[in-house]
Design a protein around this ligand. Structure first.
Ligand SMILES: Cc1cc2nc3c(=O)[nH]c(=O)nc-3n(C[C@H](O)[C@H](O)[C@H](O)COP(=O)(O)OP(=O)(O)OC[C@H]3O[C@@H](n4cnc5c(N)ncnc54)[C@H](O)[C@@H]3O)c2cc1C
Ligand code: FES
Length: 253
């Protein structure tokens, strides 16, 4: 884990509200795993006080990309950053997705900006596993396919792709026995989507890991501010340090 200044080298506007920022730093790009994240100080002043966490969206040589929605003050500041400006960033943080399980088909399921870690994951697994990507969004205006491959889209209003939620779309394909070989599901998105994935993975007896989200301050286990309850009610783990990726069986959703 490093704390260092990362320089903005590129900025792309993907949709009205979704921005892709590329930063350069050797330290923050060494030995990163898909699913890990950085904690960014978005301002040099005390406002906003807390850093903002973002998944590694992609990593290439000494650069990394962050994909984010302009949500509040912090993301607005990051979106307004000029090329050449520098941000104080801590990373790589957390535990990423586990690639050691026995599977041939990687199924990525992303809800909204939950697709953020999957461009990097696609790069890492390309030519090693079969990749199937399921993108869920409210309407076609919120669909982002940047860096993804072999994808299907579900929208809540049916404005593009399947009319319904992304887990229903995946369930249809599982019922049709669309996949050949062992499957592992990787999910990232809002909690109701992760809950539905947990039910689906139990129903079909599939391994499933999900990236969870919790408001964070330190990002590395000091402040105790990001607990998540374990499914056997034995206690809590920290999303920043023990996660953000968990086997879905392990946590209460
Ligand atoms: C591990 C992880 C990875 C993430 N990856 C992405 C990603 O790739 N792309 C993406 O778009 N979003 C991602 N998020 C969500 C992202 O961090 C939030 O969208 C962002 O912090 C919003 O900040 P803001 O200043 O724009 O919004 P604000 O409107 O300022 O924040 C919303 C509210 O939350 C409070 N808040 C903000 N940050 C914190 C904090 N750190 N601790 C406690 N309260 C806080 C604010 O005070 C405010 O009340 C991720 C979150 C986590 C935990
Ligand atoms: S954010 Fe501080 S312990 Fe997780």
């Amino acid at each position: 884990m490093f704390q260092t200044l990362a320089k903005v080298v590129e900025k792309r506007i993907l949709t009205d509200q979704i921005i892709l920022v590329t930063l350069r730093s050797e330290e923050l790009t060494n030995n990163v795993k898909p699913g890990q994240f950085v904690n960014v100080r978005v301002s040099e002043t005390c406002y906003p006080y807390l850093r903002r966490p973002f998944s590694y969206c992609d990593v290439e040589r000494d650069t990394f990309k962050l994909m984010f929605t302009i949500y509040g003050q912090g993301t607005k500041m990051l979106a307004n950053a000029s090329i050449g400006s520098k941000f104080d960033v801590i990373g790589p943080l957390g535990n990423g997705f586990n690639l050691d399980d026995d599977f041939e088909n990687a199924i990525f399921v992303g809800g909204g900006l939950g697709i953020a870690p999957f461009p990097f994951f696609t790069r890492v697994l390309k030519n090693k596993k079969n990749i199937y990507t399921y993108i869920g969004a409210r309407t076609k205006e919120f669909v982002v396919t940047y860096g993804l491959q072999n994808y299907k889209i579900a929208t809540d209003d049916g404005s593009i792709g399947f009319n319904g939620n992304v887990v229903e779309l995946l369930k249809n394909d599982l019922d049709k026995k669309f996949f050949n070989g062992k499957i592992k599901i990787f999910g990232c998105g809002p909690t109701p989507m992760l809950r539905a994935l947990k039910q689906l993975s139990e129903e079909y007896d599939l391994i499933c890991e999900v990236s969870t989200e919790e408001a964070m301050a330190c990002g590395f286990g000091i402040c105790q501010g990001c607990p998540i309850e374990l499914s056997d009610s034995s206690g809590f783990k920290l999303v920043c340090k023990d996660g953000p990726v968990f086997n879905v069986k392990e946590i209460k959703l």
